[in-house]
Design a protein around this ligand. Structure first.
Ligand SMILES: [Zn+2]
Ligand SMILES: [Zn+2]
Length: 356
């Protein structure tokens, strides 16, 4: 076994934190950068920057455990594969390659909630990146409803890292480019009335719970287990994006819950790429469409723009699924709907145009 001297300061991982966030904190309190920590713990060369949040190499975990006097298994539990046992690889945002010798060598390229970080600083608690922020379908913080954004809102180009505060020494989040603190007041005001943002945030939260193996909120599909919820969501995403290609345009291009101006702003038609590679706005539109489709006519008050008149929400989006040139895709749509929980299945089949 390798001999590694224990680092002087060894903060413990916080429940629900990701490994790169904990490594940023360990590095900051010991006055080193994340690449230096990796080099020390993993023995990797400076040009080798292994994945640090998902499928973390075992030797790196073992080295970090030694350097911080933490049991191996405790650190291995932070791996996103372990935190989200039900999540497929495609549920996660693509891993951005971290450049070891870059000037912002301890920046975390993962979206975050500015208000959560502001709150940590105000209350004097430790800032950290939450595991769910790495997931493609989580676009908003369920507490503050702000969109999760990976860049600084002041300079729009810097990433965030954690540093020791010059006065009190406690860790705070700062932009690695302009050194300013995350500022929630620069963002759109969080919606207080029930809004699409709220719906999107709740859907992200239920998906995250399901990926952790916990049953989702019954508001969506009644009392069902996590696996059934995830499989219906997968079907809905497929129907919106891949199954109903009308001259190459996904169904979401015609059925997005957005105004004309909003859609013009984010760009149509939807890019044909896997969901986790779509932009923030495109992903949010798909999640909103799925949430509205699941709740259907039960939505009574919602401050948002629907893709169809409120009286037609029960039929959304099933009545819009048209015959495509691909017959196989239509039989698969019917097959998949056939496996859904009864209330949603009946609703979908009631409105689905006949494919005879
Ligand atoms: Zn937040
Ligand atoms: Zn900045």
């Amino acid at each position: 076994m390798r001999q590694l001297r224990r680092l002087p300061l060894t903060p413990r991982p916080i429940n629900g934190e990701i490994l790169s966030s904990w490594m940023a904190r360990v590095s900051a309190v010991n006055g080193i950068s994340i690449p230096e920590l990796i080099e020390y713990a993993g023995g990797a060369g400076n040009s080798d920057f292994p994945p640090v949040d998902r499928d973390v190499p075992r030797p790196l975990i073992a080295g970090l455990a030694l350097a911080c006097s933490i049991p191996d298994y405790k650190l291995a539990e932070i791996d996103l594969r372990v935190q989200f046992p039900n999540a497929q690889a495609s549920f996660f945002l693509p891993v951005e390659k971290m450049a070891p010798n870059c000037y912002n060598h301890s920046a975390i390229p993962i979206p975050y909630c500015h208000a959560c970080f502001s709150e940590h600083e105000r209350k004097g608690t430790t800032p950290f990146w939450k595991a769910e922020w790495t997931m493609a379908h989580v676009t908003r913080c369920p507490k503050h409803l702000f969109g999760l954004w990976a860049y600084c809102h002041h300079c729009l180009c810097g990433r965030l890292s954690v540093v020791a505060h010059t006065k009190h020494g406690g860790l705070v989040a700062r932009c690695t480019s302009c050194y300013r603190a995350p500022a929630a007041h620069l963002l759109e005001s969080a919606e207080k009335t029930f809004s699409r943002n709220q719906l999107v945030a709740s859907m992200g939260q239920s998906l995250t719970l399901a990926c952790r193996g916990l049953d989702p909120d019954p508001i969506w599909l009644g009392r069902i287990n996590a696996a059934t919820f995830l499989s219906v969501l997968d079907d809905m995403m497929w129907i919106f994006l891949d199954a109903n290609l009308d001259r190459g345009f996904p169904l979401i291009s015609r059925c997005a819950p957005a105004t004309y101006y909003e859609l013009a702003g984010i760009g149509l038609p939807f890019p044909s790429c896997p969901f986790n590679l779509l932009t923030f706005h495109h992903r949010e539109m798909v999640i909103a469409a799925i949430a509205i489709a699941l709740v259907g006519g039960r939505i009574t008050v919602l401050k948002t723009c629907f893709p169809v008149p409120a009286s037609e929400l029960d039929a959304y989006p099933f009545s819009s699924i048209r015959r495509s040139s691909n017959q196989d895709s239509h039989s698969e749509i019917v097959d998949r709907i056939g496996r859904w929980p009864a209330p949603l299945k009946e609703r979908a089949l009631r409105y689905l145009p006949a494919f005879a």
